[in-house]
Design a protein around this ligand. Structure first.
Ligand code: C5P
Ligand code: MG
Length: 265
């Protein structure tokens, strides 16, 4: 099968203008070997914020899990101001392609730790999470193993409300720890931030048991460790092309991953 044949006939979406590949030949080889191995060897692992949820809709930014809380009435104005300050300080660092991951990692841990500490002071009630997600602008673009540095309780509510929390969807994320009266007291387990997903995966060996029989992974993300692909994506394009097999530019759909899954199954 020729490259053109696969691209044009089997997965026409790969000819979408949003699709960029450093090495199309390599992508073809990977997809062919995945098809050959069979669909029972394939699994999907995906990031959540800005990958399964949209970056923007009608020109307006869509929220991350954390932003859903930041914008909600569950937080005091003082807390919102503090979180906004953190966002203004750390988000530019997150998307700064001139800094190395090594340089950014401790700063990201600082951001997540400070933000979670602020949230924990807010007596957030579990029974109100459904409402704030309902009132937010979060939008889903699909369903798998969702590995997110966002907030598990919020993320689950987003996919539940979109009606796609199917039994085959598993989530690794930062989960909230509520006391017996249903008020947020802490975050459970090890902190997941955008640059320690690998360590997180190694801690969750149970979940990855399946990975052994499914070595063919369609991995979806919006970041090199997992940073939001913002308007400045162009300047980061080269490092994305060097790291991801397929890079989608300004593509708010899952047409390409869906087309690949269709091809593989
Ligand atoms: O699901 P994902 O791993 O993408 O979630 C991480 C995202 O959450 C990051 O890209 C980061 O910009 C965002 N974040 C946030 N507020 C925080 C911490 C992280 O919006 N306090
Ligand atoms: Mg993301």
């Amino acid at each position: 099968m020729t490259l053109a044949h696969i691209f044009n006939a089997k997965i026409p979406e790969l000819s979408n203008p949003s699709v960029c590949m450093r090495d199309p030949q390599r992508v073809q080889e990977i997809l062919q070997s995945m098809v050959k191995a069979g669909s029972n060897t394939v699994q999907v692992i995906s990031d959540f914020d800005m990958t399964l949820t949209r970056f923007a809709y009608n020109g307006k930014r869509c929220p991350t899990c954390h932003n859903i809380l930041d914008n909600s009435k569950l937080l005091s104005n003082d807390c919102k101001t503090e979180l906004k300050k953190l966002l203004n300080t750390y988000y530019p660092i997150e998307i700064d392609s001139s800094r190395s991951i090594e340089e950014k990692l401790p700063l990201m841990v600082e951001w997540w730790t400070k933000a979670h500490e602020l949230l924990v002071q807010q007596n957030i009630r579990k029974d109100l999470l459904a409402m704030v997600v309902q009132e937010s602008d979060a939008m889903l673009s699909i369903p798998l193993l969702i590995f997110s540095a966002g907030i598990g309780d919020i993320l689950e509510e987003v996919i539940r409300q979109a009606g796609v929390f199917h039994p085959n969807v598993k989530v690794f994320s930062n989960y909230m720890d509520f006391d017996e009266s249903g008020v947020l007291r802490a975050f459970k387990g090890e902190l997941i931030h955008i640059y320690n997903k690998r360590e997180g995966a190694l801690l969750n060996t149970g979940h990855f048991q399946e990975l052994r029989t499914r070595p063919n992974v369609l991995l979806l993300g919006d970041s090199l460790g997992d940073l939001t692909m913002a308007d400045g994506v162009e300047e980061r394009k080269q490092s994305y092309l060097d790291s991801y097999d397929i890079v989608l530019l300004k593509d708010e759909t899952l047409d390409v991953p869906n087309a690949i899954m269709l091809y593989l199954t």
